[in-house]
Design a protein around this ligand. Structure first.
Ligand SMILES: [Zn+2]
Length: 446
């Protein structure tokens, strides 16, 4: 074939051919019976009512609201009387009572395929003892926990050595085989040879699996991006550093060029001053962690529209668990650096998106800890919620579909008791979750 036909066009053509052939047989066969009209598909219609709705754009609470959902999208938002006039009489009414509804939350930094144990050599043991099939099933469990906690979309930034299991997980969720959030997946991640997990293996184990696709040189970098796009990646994840800057600016530049040419964004793990600088200079779309970003680089991030995804709650959890640990002084230093960076990024006007970085069994489903962690670093409650809704939707490139409760968007709706603007902690206890018009969880109405 000299040119490719986009799959969506193929599907549309196939659909049209099927529709035409379905209408033809009667005539071709000379049958005299009138064709029986197809029944009109009856779409699911639901009216959600609640005492309050958080409008994340204005940052205000609206009282006594109704959301009209038809199929998988929002048809209208308004007063119960308004919506009652517009809704089909057959619509199901779900009255959540004294609850606050808000858009489904978005986590821009997850690893749903990672359930790494807390043990010596844990990363290598995870690769050594679990098949990729088992890893995929772990991913299904992590995906369910994430969705039930109110996170209806994730940007999954690296599957930590599980092949392309994140693509399989994303597709199984999209096809309705299992429950989970909408996933934007990075597949394998790209790191410099020898500069990502697992470290300190025997040099005899040349073929031991790695936690990312290891590259050396610009053409290796280009090949890795092309392979990952071919494998189903929605974005590319790179490790710009690991304790020091690792990938060169030339390698990073090729990765960005190749990804952007295909319409994919690039997320860069970068914690060191030089690693962050290199990634920003190469034109990545987001800096993940960003602990030691300098002021000059933050200014460049602001002017280039590069997001910061600081991943704070995972460090808080480590600090809480390892008070007597030898690693504690380094952790304290990292916590302090991240506090300063987040404050400086805010002051510089860098857009901050929420990412909780879960990679162990106990962290999946605790994504809302990051909302609390952001407010503990001096941010306002509404800015933290925007980091998980409007800002996150922009970063994943899906602002037309998710991030607010508005006409035409996916009906991704969550509800909590109480008011998140006065107590952000209530978002750790989401009791109602709807994804794409389907109720996944409802503990408010028994
Ligand atoms: Zn991560």
């Amino acid at each position: 074939m000299t040119r490719s036909i986009p799959p969506r066009i193929l599907t549309a053509v196939a659909g049209a051919v099927l529709a035409i052939s379905a209408a033809l047989p009667m005539r071709c066969l000379g049958a005299s019976a009138e064709p029986v009209p197809e029944p009109v598909a009856v779409q699911n219609a639901i009216v959600i009512r609640a005492a309050r709705m958080l409008d994340v754009r204005s940052g205000t609470i609206m009282s006594d609201v109704a959301i009209y959902v038809v199929g998988e999208r929002i048809e209208a938002v308004g007063s119960p009387a308004d919506i009652a006039r517009r809704a089909l009489p057959s619509a199901t009414v779900v009255d959540l009572g004294d609850a606050t509804v808000l858009p489904g939350l978005i986590d821009c930094h997850t690893h749903l395929l990672a359930r790494i144990p807390d043990a010596d050599h844990a990363y290598a043991m995870n690769l050594l003892t679990k098949s990729q099939a088992y890893r995929a099933l772990e991913g299904a469990a992590n995906a369910l926990a994430t969705l039930r906690s109110g996170f209806t979309t994730v940007r999954d930034v690296g599957n930590e050595g599980s092949g392309y299991a994140d693509v399989a997980l994303r597709d199984a969720i999209d096809n309705g085989l299992i429950e989970g959030p909408r996933m934007h997946v990075a597949t394998r991640g790209i790191a410099a040879v020898g500069q990502y997990f697992p470290f300190r293996l025997s040099s005899d184990l040349a073929d031991f699996p790695s936690g990312a696709q290891m590259i050396s040189g610009a053409e290796d970098a280009r090949l890795a991006v092309r392979q990952q796009i071919g494998g189903g990646a929605d974005l590319i994840k790179v490790y710009a550093d690991w304790e020091r800057a690792t990938l060169t600016t030339a390698e990073l530049g090729v990765i960005v060029e190749e990804a952007h040419a295909a319409g994919l964004k690039v997320a860069a793990h970068a914690q060191t001053r030089d690693g962050i600088r290199n990634a920003v200079a190469a034109g990545v779309d987001s800096i993940e962690h960003g602990d030691h970003a300098d002021r000059d680089t933050l200014k460049r991030m602001q002017s280039a529209g590069i997001y910061l995804v600081p991943t704070l709650s995972v460090m808080d959890a480590w600090a809480a668990q390892s008070a007597d640990n030898a690693a504690m002084p380094r952790l304290v230093a990292a916590l302090e650096a991240s506090r300063e960076t987040v404050a400086a990024a805010r002051a510089a006007g860098v857009r901050i998106a929420l990412g909780s970085d879960p990679a162990s069994g106990d962290r999946h489903g605790r994504n809302a800890d990051e909302l609390v962690a952001l407010t503990q670093r001096g941010g306002s409650v509404i800015d933290a919620i925007r980091a998980a809704t409007t800002v996150a939707a922009d970063l994943v490139g899906a602002a037309d579909d998710i991030g607010t409760l508005e006409f035409g968007k996916y009906a991704d709706v969550i509800a909590v008791r109480g008011n998140p603007l006065t107590d952000i902690g209530v978002l750790k206890h989401v009791e109602f979750v709807m994804k794409g018009g389907r109720i996944v969880r409802n503990d408010l109405v028994r």
